[in-house]
Design a protein around this ligand. Structure first.
Ligand code: XMP
Length: 317
């Protein structure tokens, strides 16, 4: 029978033996897996673990500052890198979802590789890979295949030539959460909804602009805060707002408006493979709609997505 305390003890001992006095770099995403992996490595090797947390400008409102702050409170040796302009600049004029993903993946690798070079004599790349990721990466379209496709010209970036240490690669998600809880991680961090790597870039349908990012961050923050205050955040598996590039007519006072639409998405799921749209009560949806329309300039209409997966996906892009 699996026990998180004994997993933690054994893993820390094994990491100490394996890593000795070596340095490790690890990219934090703000998610559960990379955070738990970092805390385990930190307990084993302390300041020899060098964490890197990149702000790609496509995170939720205030998320970079809040998450960086909580990493620092955990005692992690973490460097926050503001790469907003690089990511958002490279996305200018790009509408195709797969192109967005490729650009973001490539920009991340560039930023991470540069940061990795600044850690002298680093020997290892730490990763929060969990067991289902190991299985997935065995398929042709796994993450490593994608990363390699970006680098078929100049060869692999240097950090990808490092030895890899993955303390969670035998665990399932619920086990990672139990380990995180036993390690004393913030329950708010452990209970966070999944959030896609490309972030808000794939929740702004079509073209991305700094104005659209700001509008979506505001609307999404109102939505998520109301889900939290009504107890719905923990009842749904994933939720987020989506910016639709269509404009529709509205009226405000005596003025006719012609502005954009925010779509609310919330689903119940076990693993993201299939999902049902969540039956959030009408009163709560009404309150979210009012607050968004009254407070977010540029939005005059809010809709709710009542599609399940399949045939719809969770994200719109
Ligand atoms: P879909 O939209 O395929 O999403 O139903 C299933 C789950 O995967 C997340 N997702 C991504 N995560 N990079 C990620 O790291 C991506 O490009 C990506 N696309 C979708 C999505 O948020 C949901 O949890």
């Amino acid at each position: 029978d699996w026990n998180s305390e004994s997993f933690i003890d054994t893993t820390i001992q094994d990491l100490k033996t394996k890593l000795g006095n070596d340095k490790v770099i690890l990219g934090l995403s703000g998610g559960v897996d990379s955070s738990v992996a970092a805390v385990l490595l930190h307990k084993a090797i302390g300041a020899n673990l060098h964490c890197i947390f990149v702000d790609n400008g496509l995170l939720r409102k205030n998320e970079f500052e809040q998450v960086l702050d909580s990493y620092q409170h955990m005692g992690l040796n973490v460097r926050g890198i503001n790469a907003r302009e690089l990511f958002v600049g490279q996305l200018t004029g790009v509408k195709d979802p797969e192109k967005k993903r490729k650009i973001i993946g490539k920009a991340f690798i560039e930023v991470f590789d540069q940061a990795a070079h600044e850690v002298q004599d680093v020997k290892w790349l730490g990763q929060g890979t969990i067991y289902p990721d190991v299985i997935e990466s065995l398929s042709v379209n796994g993450p490593s295949a994608t990363i390699k496709s970006h680098h078929n010209v100049g060869g692999l970036p240097d950090f990808m030539k490092l030895k890899v240490v993955e303390p969670l690669n035998t665990l399932f998600k619920d086990e990672v959460r139990r380990v995180g809880k036993a390690l004393g991680l913030d329950p708010a961090l452990l209970g966070r909804h999944p959030f896609p790597g490309p972030g808000l870039a794939i929740r702004i349908i079509g073209e991305i602009t700094p104005e659209r990012i700001a509008i979506l961050q505001e609307a999404d923050a109102i939505y998520i805060n109301i889900l939290k205050s009504t107890g719905w955040y923990d009842k749904v598996w994933q939720a987020g707002a989506i910016f639709l590039p269509v404009q529709s007519v509205g009226v405000m006072g005596d003025e006719r408006t012609y502005e954009h639409v925010i779509c609310l998405r919330a689903v119940g799921s076990m693993d993201g493979m299939t999902a049902d749209w969540s039956h959030i009560p009408y009163e709560i949806l009404g309150k979210i709609s009012n607050e968004i329309i009254n407070n977010v300039k540029g939005i005059n209409r809010v809709v709710y997505d009542i599609s399940s997966k399949p045939p719809a996906t969770i994200e719109w892009e």
